[in-house]
Ligand binder design. Sequence first.
Ligand code: OTN
Length: 504
Amino acid sequence: MESPESAERLDLRAGARVRILSATPEAKAKSLPPESLAERTATFVETDLAPVGARPGPARRRRERRPRRRRPPERPAGGARARPAPAAGRGCRMGSFLPTPRQLAWQDLEFGMFCHFGVNTFTGREWGDGSEDPAIFRPERLDCGQWARAARRAGMRYAMLTAKHHDGFCLWPTATTEHCVRSSPWRGGRGDVVRDFVGACRAEGVRPGLYCSPWDRNAACYPDPQAYSAFYLAQLRELCSGYGPLAEIWFDGAGSEGYRYDWPSIMKVVRELQPEAVVFNMGDPDIRWGCNESGYGSPDLWTVVDASRWETVWGEADLTPPGVYMPAEMDTTISRAGWFWHEGAGDRIKGLDELLGIYYRSVGHGANLLLNLAPNRDGLLEEAEVERAAALGEAVRRRFGAPLGSAGPGVGALEVHLPEPVLAARFEAMEDLSQGETVLEWVLEAQVGHHRHGRAWHRLAEGRALGHKRLGDFAPIAARRFRLWAPRSRGPARLRGLRIFGVE
Ligand code: OTN
């Protein structure tokens, strides 16, 4: 793990015209878990750069856009607000502009499956109130292998299961409460959905992750934060020690407004038992929520965001220091029916074009995408959803599987040279984020014209945030040379790769 001093060294070694200020006194004064990155808050000075022969152009300014928030389809009567400020439950981290290895590894996963499954599946609700009888949980044909195969077929590299949703029903035989699979007639009370899930994922090469809601509407001790802390920590210890390495742990802020969770202790358990897992949204998070449930990420989806308000950053006109490295995860459902399975869910599936648009605006905007496929009351995914997810995976592979040419990694600019002019129509550009987010503006160009009459660079695409990945289509053009460069960057722009694709 880097120290503030080593961060300075890294940038000096790179010869960057960037000044990095080391940890703020405010951050230093805070008492933080030793694993926390909180003491490495830094500020930046950006630079203007151009590749040799390139004219730096003024940035096309985009107006700041605000996220629109969608309500869950069904809200419990008198229930808690859906979107409490996550700040209510965090309070550990000031952050770092440098990534950790687990953040970088998680960003490479890119596309995952979300599985909302539990007592709500059997009641048809989106938020259970905790009074559900465990006897209703009877997924007699449960086959997590089917879920994991569907994820792999769709090109998903990770999968997240709601081990415990807000209703408090645990999908594993926890020692902390009887409100769990042990009290269900399913498999004679000896079933463990979490065990089936992680095993099936691993068998298919899909990294498993778990969602364990802090808000618990069943636990009698919930009103007493101290008692609930011991209860919740015990649940997390079970999940983090009993099921092998996890890719991600989801902490959802719903229902938690004003509640004081013991985040330092929670983070200690997670970091000790699951050092590779990224933490979503609360505590000392590694990753942030993309601010909507449509899966549409901002065109300016920055990876380094304002540390003081990372939880509400969708797309910003400008980055304000101090920055924190906090990649975004977008989530949405494949069916319009909801997060959990509902009667007729299979008839309300989003179209392939819409899903492809979501993919372009999440993975293609540098975020990870969690696409929810809800298992039904049999414990199976709807075949229609499985097939649509597979079609999405196939469409992505068709578009971005076989490049005409590629280049990278490199610093400043990347050029793809093709042996002869070919009709190109789309691109994939990636930033090397290993030393933080450097690109503040990027441009993709193709060289056009005949060599006897002079060649010119023709702009195909441009933007501000580049981040982990940028996918895009452009009007088909026959060209031999393509280049990606950064008119504005923090020090030298570190580019991971450029791939050019033909017309489908
Ligand atoms: O604070 N929140 O309510 C919240 C923060 C970040 C991400 C999600 C939520 S709400 C939550 O959404 C989930 C999927 O995004 C599940 O559907 C839950 O039912 C819902 O409460």
